[in-house]
Design a protein around this ligand. Structure first.
Ligand code: SAH
Ligand code: SF4
Length: 339
């Protein structure tokens, strides 16, 4: 039995060949899956009833279940999805009132091996990689469930995308070619896996690279992210400069702000110094509470002060809007299970 979600045009053609139908039918099925996101073969109304019956004998649309769906007061929707082997991940859809953008925040792994001290996902440890089909199925599920077309995808859900790079790259290719989402509307966020950043630099992609830096120096980063022992900020900087040189693209630096830990004036100055020769925008993420630790979110006043100091150094700085915190859908709150 084929699962149509996740197949490429070539694979649709193999199925239509098998059923002795034309290539044009393959294109129609393709569009029903990726652009119109139907839930059943019966909804593919420009296929004859007879052909639909034949198709139903060999194929189904999807094999992923929505286990839980939560809607936040700000319109953010969080899904807990279950794959056929019983493993679950979360996927979040964010709408921004003032924009037509619909952004899907997708997971790339079940759990995560990087184990950052502030992150709920890391606490589960690493369970397994998602296949590219499982990654794109997250966006298809959102589209099927809401009837809306996703316009942007960020790999900022559970998992470290660069430790599952082949599947992530294949999923990005499908988002680009089959979903027709422009490469610039795709963002991969990483905790800083240097060899894979170098690999992305070679591929010279148009998508955005976001780096979870979160600290102005080695000592603070080490407290937050064990990965600093393996891929430290000095070497990371070389990789980032190489990436900018090779691609010409501006990087996004993500900086989690935790009260009294990395939100001081000294930290802002040190961060500005570290970033002064890297072509980047900075996205400040006020810490979202998770049950696993007792870090605190800084006051709005210190967030604004930190922002001002960085702006003063000539960078473009944004503060990430908190989305869906009332349903634990905000950054770092995804754990991929029901409590
Ligand atoms: N593993 C990748 C992709 C996940 S992105 C990475 O870490 O970049 C998830 C983003 O949310 C990262 O920038 C992460 O640092 C941030 N995050 C994790 N825990 C958080 C928390 N408790 N509050 C706010 N942001 C958090
Ligand atoms: Fe993994 Fe990213 Fe969470 Fe760190 S922040 S544990 S890299 S998902």
């Amino acid at each position: 039995m084929y699962t149509l979600s996740g197949l490429t045009q070539k694979e649709f053609e193999n199925i239509t060949n098998e059923l002795k139908a034309s290539k044009f039918r393959a294109r129609q099925i393709h569009n029903w899956i990726y652009l119109k996101s139907v839930s059943s073969i019966d909804e593919m109304t420009d296929l004859s009833v007879k052909f639909r019956e034949e198709l139903k004998k060999v194929a189904k649309v999807s094999d992923t279940k929505i286990k839980v769906k939560q809607v936040s007061s700000d319109g953010t929707i969080k899904y807990l999805l279950e794959y056929p082997d019983g493993e679950c991940v979360e996927t979040v859809l964010m709408r921004f009132d003032n924009r037509a953008n619909l952004t899907a925040c997708v997971s790339s792994q079940v759990g995560c091996a990087v184990n950052c001290s502030f992150c709920a996902t890391g606490k589960r440890g690493f369970i397994r990689n998602l296949t590219y089909k499982e990654i794109i199925e997250q966006v298809l599920t959102i589209q099927r469930d809401t009837g809306l077309k996703v316009t942007n995808v960020v790999f900022m859900g559970q998992g470290e995308p660069l430790l599952n790079l082949d599947n992530v790259l294949k999923a990005m290719e499908i988002f680009n070619e089959d979903f027709q989402i422009g490469a610039r509307r795709l963002t991969v966020s990483t905790s800083g896996i240097i060899p894979q950043i170098n690999k992305l630099a070679e591929l010279d992609m148009q998508s955005t690279l976001a780096i979870s830096l979160h600290a102005p120096n080695h000592n603070i980063r080490k407290q937050l992210m064990q990965i600093e022992d393996k891929y430290n900020m000095t070497n990371l900087k070389k990789a980032l400069k190489n990436y900018v040189d090779k691609t010409g693209r501006r990087i996004t630096i993500e900086y989690l702000l935790i009260k009294d830990l990395n939100d001081t004036i000294d930290s802002a100055k040190e961060l500005a110094q570290y970033l002064h020769d890297i072509k980047c925008n900075i996205n400040l993420i006020p810490y979202n509470p998770t049950a696993e630790n007792d870090y605190q979110r800084p006051s709005n006043n210190s967030i604004m002060k930190f922002k001002y100091l960085l702006e003063h150094s000539g960078k473009k700085v944004t503060v990430r809007l908190e989305r869906g915190a009332d349903i634990d859908a905000a950054c770092g709150q995804l754990r991929g299970k029901i409590d």
